[in-house]
Design a protein around this ligand. Structure first.
Ligand SMILES: NC(=O)c1ccc[n+]([C@@H]2O[C@H](COP(=O)([O-])OP(=O)(O)OC[C@H]3O[C@@H](n4cnc5c(N)ncnc54)[C@H](O)[C@@H]3O)[C@@H](O)[C@H]2O)c1
Length: 262
């Protein structure tokens, strides 16, 4: 699918990997609605990039708010071709603390809700919009076949496969994002919609800012090659390639410099 003149919803697009995706799509002439909780960062990006980028404050766990974001893409740009879901949080807590008190259940659920339920919420409303557009075009005699009508890209993590101690909520939510992909890719095939997942290793984004310098150095040392954190632009390059390459479907791609977390 070409990016130029097509329109995409980027959740979590105000920061980090999502921001790089917004820039990547914008550079290639595509339209973007950023759906994020961070209004000031989202608006700053709109001010910088111009009319082909819009922002809406949106919590990915809310049906109403994600529907409003989808509607904004439809109204502002005349139709939605795909979504890149980068909204996510990292909840870190052990099952038992130092005194053997059990983990906080609400914290666990919050991570699963934003990372996994949010991905499902965005996928269902984006797919409905694309399917409506395809059906209307067919009715008008515009298309003969459902070829490459839409793309849904979700962001998992290598933690889906190599979860570390303390990553119970994060790793299981991301494993859920991986598990969500194939049923959706199979179901949406008849609408010409592809579903892909990217599992990033360790990337230099604000999510990583809270990590002490020493821990960051250790992370870098753990990447076989290249021995550094990933750049958000490298994530964006993979996203734009996935959009462009119509034969990529129903697969999770690790983008990680061969890191395997232990
Ligand atoms: N940075 C990494 O090393 C790394 C590695 C593996 C996976 N990931 C995943 O990539 C995605 C992006 O991470 P990042 O590093 O760019 O993080 P980030 O914190 O820089 O950006 C995440 C964005 O998501 C937004 N967000 C959070 N909760 C939201 C919600 N409920 N609704 C809407 N927006 C919400 C935040 O406001 C923020 O702008 C996340 O899903 C993360 O788990 C990141």
């Amino acid at each position: 699918m070409q990016i130029q003149e097509n329109s995409f919803l980027v959740t979590g697009g105000a920061s980090g990997l999502g921001e790089a995706v917004v820039r990547g799509i914008n550079e290639q002439g595509g339209n973007v609605v950023i759906a994020d909780l961070n209004e000031s960062a989202g608006q700053a990006l709109v001010d910088e990039l111009g009319d082909n980028v819009r922002f809406i404050r949106c919590d990915v766990t809310s049906g109403e708010e994600v529907q409003a974001a989808v509607s904004l893409v439809e109204q502002a740009f005349g139709g939605l071709q795909g979504s890149i879901n980068c909204a996510g949080i990292a909840v870190v807590q052990k099952l038992l603390d130092r005194d053997n008190n059990p983990a906080d259940l609400d914290a666990f659920s919050r991570g699963v809700n934003i990372n996994l339920v949010g991905s499902f919420n965005v996928a269902r409303l984006v797919a409905a919009s694309i399917a409506r557009r395809v059906a209307a075009a067919k009715e008008a005699g515009d298309t003969e076949k459902n070829v490459d009508q839409g793309i849904i890209i979700n962001t998992a993590s290598v933690a889906a496969f190599d979860g570390q101690v303390g990553q119970g909520s994060y790793a299981s939510s991301k494993a859920g994002v991986v598990g969500l992909m194939l049923p959706l890719a199979r179901e949406l095939a008849r609408h010409g919609i592809r579903v892909m997942t990217i599992a990033p290793g360790v990337f230099a984004t604000p999510m990583m800012d809270s990590i002490p310098e020493k821990a960051r150095e250790q992370l870098e040392a753990g990447v076989p090659y290249p021995k550094r954190l990933g750049e958000p632009s490298e994530f964006a390059k993979l996203v734009t390639h996935i959009i462009d390459n119509s034969y990529l479907n129903g697969e999770v791609i690790r983008l990680d410099g061969a890191i395997r977390m232990v």
